[in-house]
Design a protein around this ligand. Structure first.
Ligand code: ADP
Ligand code: GLC
Length: 501
C-alpha cells in the first residue's frame, strides 16, 4: 500500500515529544512490512539543519484565505536509511520559509506562535494539493491518508469539503491518530476564515467549540477512522474527565475508534548497541548498566555510588505529567539515601521548584532544563527507577524506554501506563512477571507508597534483578502495533462506508 503520513514532527528530523518518535518509527516499521510511506512534515529550520539536500522538489501554488501562496515540496528522504525495509519511506518537507524557517516548532520562549492556525492550515492544504495534483500523474497517489493530531486534522476537513469531488472520485480513506486530546489546536473564533473553509462549517456540528475554532474536532468529525495510542486511553477519552470537552464528539464516533498501543524503535533504543551511552549491556550481560550509572553520576557531578538508588525523570514539565506529585513527595523522599535526576523542559514554575531542591540537596538532586537527546539516553541507561506519575497519559514512551534499558518504572495506572506496565505485588516475587510499580489515586500518599515499595525491593537484589530482566525482555517493539495499523488500513480500503458528511 502507499500511505501518506502527515505529522508536525518526526524523528530523526524534528522532535519535541513522543509524537516524533511514533511517526518516525511507525513509518519505518510499515516500510518493513512492505508499504511505501510518504511522510510529510513542515520544513522547520531544524529540519533544514538536519536533513540532506533535497533530491527532488516541486513548486506548488496553494490557495489560501489571503491569496495563493507559493510553496515547495522537497524530497529529503535519507538515502541508505537505516532499515531493512522492503517498502520505503520518502520524506517530503513542505517548505514555506516565512512560516517555518523559525527557531521554534510551535512556540518560542514558551509562547505559541500567533499564526499557528495559518501555519498548519498551509501545511495541510499544501499536502492535499500536492497529493491530488500528483494523482493526475498517478505517481504518488496514496491508498490511505494517515493523520496525526490537531496539526494535521484540517487535511481531513479539506479533503471532505473543498476538495470533496476529487476525494470522492479517489475514495481515499482517512485515518486520524489522536496522541493527546489535551492538545486540540484551538484558536479565537474570528480566526476561522483563515482556514479558507466555508463559514457554514463554523457551527457546533462543525469546527466551532464554545466560540473557538477547534482543529482536532474537525479531524474527529471528518476522518473515516480514529485511532488512539492505547486501549485504556481509547476508553478514557470518551469520559468528561479525560475528553477535555471533546468526549461527546468522540463517543459519537466510538464505533470507528480503536486503541493501538505505541511501540518504540528497538534499533535506535537498544542498550546493547546505543552509541549515545558509555557502556553496552543486555539482559544476559548486565554489567554495563552499572558503568552507565557511575558515568552518569560523574557527568552530573553526583557522588558515584552503586548502592544508592538513582531515581530518574525525563519529561515535558507540564501538569499532565504529575510533577506536582513529585514535588509534594520530595521532602519526604529526600530523607532516604538516594539520588534523583530530572531532565525536562516546560513550565517555569516546575523548573524553579526543582532548582530549589537541587540547591538544598546538592549531593542528591540534579535537574537539567534542556532538551537533550543524548542525556535522555544516558539517563534511561544509568537510572535504577524511573518516575512517571502522570495525571493522564495517552500512551507514554518514556516508560517503554525505561523497560528496554532496565530502569524500573513507577507509574500511575492511567492510559498507556496502565496498559504497558505489569505492576509488582509482593506475591509476584514468585511468578516474576512484574515489570514495574503502579499506583491508582493521583495523590502524594499513593505515589509515595509506590516509590517506597520500589525502594525497598531495590535492596532485595534477586527480586530487583528479576524485575529489571522482565522489563528488558518485554516486547515493546512496533511489530504487533504496526500490523494493527496495517489491518485498519486494509479494513478501511475494503469498507465502502467512508463517512461522507
Ligand atoms: P510526551 O509525548 O507526552 O511528551 P512520551 O513519553 O510519549 O511523552 O514521549 C516523550 C519523549 O520525549 C521521549 O522520547 C522522551 O525521552 C523525550 N523527552 C522528553 N523530555 C526530554 C528532554 N528534556 N530531553 C530529551 N528528551 C526528552
Ligand atoms: C503524546 C502523549 C504521549 C504519547 C505520545 C505519542 O504526546 O502525551 O502519551 O506517548 O503522544 O503517541
Amino acid at each position: 500500500m502507499k500511505i501518506a503520513m502527515l505529522a508536525s514532527e518526526a524523528v530523526p528530523f524534528v522532535k519535541t515529544g513522543g509524537l516524533a518518535d511514533v511517526t518516525g518509527a511507525l513509518s519505518l516499521e510499515l516500510a518493513r512490512l512492505g508499504h511505501q510511506i510518504l511522510l510529510f512534515i513542515p520544513r522547520y529550520r531544524r529540519v533544514a539543519e538536519t536533513a540532506p539536500k533535497p533530491t527532488r522538489s516541486w513548486p506548488l501554488r496553494v490557495p489560501s484565505a489571503s491569496g495563493p501562496i507559493d510553496v515547495t515540496i522537497e524530497d529529503i528522504s535519507l538515502c541508505g536509511q537505516r532499515t531493512t525495509a522492503r517498502g520505503g519511506v520518502s520524506v517530503l518537507a513542505v517548505r514555506y520559509d516565512p512560516f517555518f524557517d523559525r527557531e521554534g516548532v510551535y512556540q518560542v520562549n514558551g509562547k505559541d506562535y500567533p499564526d499557528n492556525l495559518q501555519r498548519f492550515s498551509l501545511f495541510c492544504r499544501a499536502t492535499v494539493e500536492w497529493l491530488l495534483s500528483s494523482s493526475h500523474r498517478n505517481e504518488h497517489l496514496p491508498n490511505i491518508v494517515h493523520l496525526h493530531d490537531w496539526q494535521t486534522a484540517l487535511c481531513a476537513v479539506y479533503l471532505k469539503t473543498i476538495y470533496r469531488l476529487r476525494w470522492e472520485s479517489l475514495q481515499l480513506p482517512i485515518l486520524l491518530t489522536i496522541h493527546n486530546v489535551g492538545y486540540q489546536g484551538t484558536f479565537p473564533g474570528d480566526q476561522f476564515p483563515l482556514t479558507g473553509l466555508p463559514s457554514e462549517l463554523f457551527t457546533p456540528e462543525g469546527l466551532e467549540f464554545y466560540g473557538l475554532c477547534n482543529l482536532l474536532k474537525g479531524g474527529l468529525i471528518y476522518a473515516d477512522f480514529l485511532a488512539t495510542v492505547s486501549s485504556t486511553y481509547s476508553q478514557e477519552i470518551q469520559t468528561p474527565e479525560f475528553g477535555f470537552g471533546l468526549d461527546g464528539v468522540i463517543r459519537e464516533r466510538k464505533d470507528r475508534l480503536r486503541g493501538i498501543v505505541n511501540g518504540i524503535d528497538t534499533d535506535l533504543w537498544n542498550p546493547a548497541t546505543d552509541p549515545l551511552i558509555p557502556a553496552h549491556y543486555s539482559v544476559t550481560q548486565l554489567e554495563g548498566k552499572g558503568i552507565c550509572k557511575r558515568k552518569l553520576q560523574l557527568e552530573l557531578g553526583l557522588p558515584q555510588d552503586d548502592h544508592r538508588p538513582l531515581l530518574a525523570i525525563v519529561s515535558r514539565l507540564t501538569t499532565q505529567k504529575g510533577l506536582d506529585l513529585v514535588l509534594a513527595i520530595l521532602p519526604d523522599l529526600l530523607t532516604h539515601d538516594l539520588q534523583l535526576v530530572i531532565l525536562g523542559t516546560g513550565d517555569k514554575e516546575y523548573e524553579q521548584a526543582f532548582q530549589k531542591f537541587e540547591a538544598q540537596y546538592p549531593q542528591k538532586v540534579r535537574a537539567r532544563f534542556v532538551f537533550d537527546e543524548t542525556l535522555a539516553h544516558r539517563i534511561f541507561a544509568g537510572g535504577d527507577i524511573f518516575l512517571m506519575p502522570s495525571r493522564y497519559e495517552p500512551c507514554g514512551l518514556s516508560q517503554l524506554y525505561s523497560l528496554r534499558y532496565g530502569t524500573v518504572p513507577v507509574v500511575r495506572r492511567t492510559g498507556g501506563l496502565a496498559d504497558t506496565i505489569v505492576p509488582y505485588f509482593a506475591r509476584d516475587a514468585v511468578t516474576g512477571c512484574a515489570t514495574g510499580f503502579a499506583f491508582e489515586a493521583a495523590t502524594p500518599e499513593a505515589f509515595l507508597k509506590a516509590v517506597r515499595s520500589a525502594l525497598s525491593v531495590f535492596h532485595e537484589r534477586s527480586i530487583w534483578d528479576r524485575l529489571v530482566r522482565s522489563g528488558m525482555e518485554t516486547d515493546v517493539s512496533w511489530r504487533r502495533s504496526a500490523q494493527e495499523y496495517e489491518s485498519a488500513y486494509i479494513a478501511l480500503r475494503e469498507s465502502k462506508k467512508l463517512s461522507v458528511r
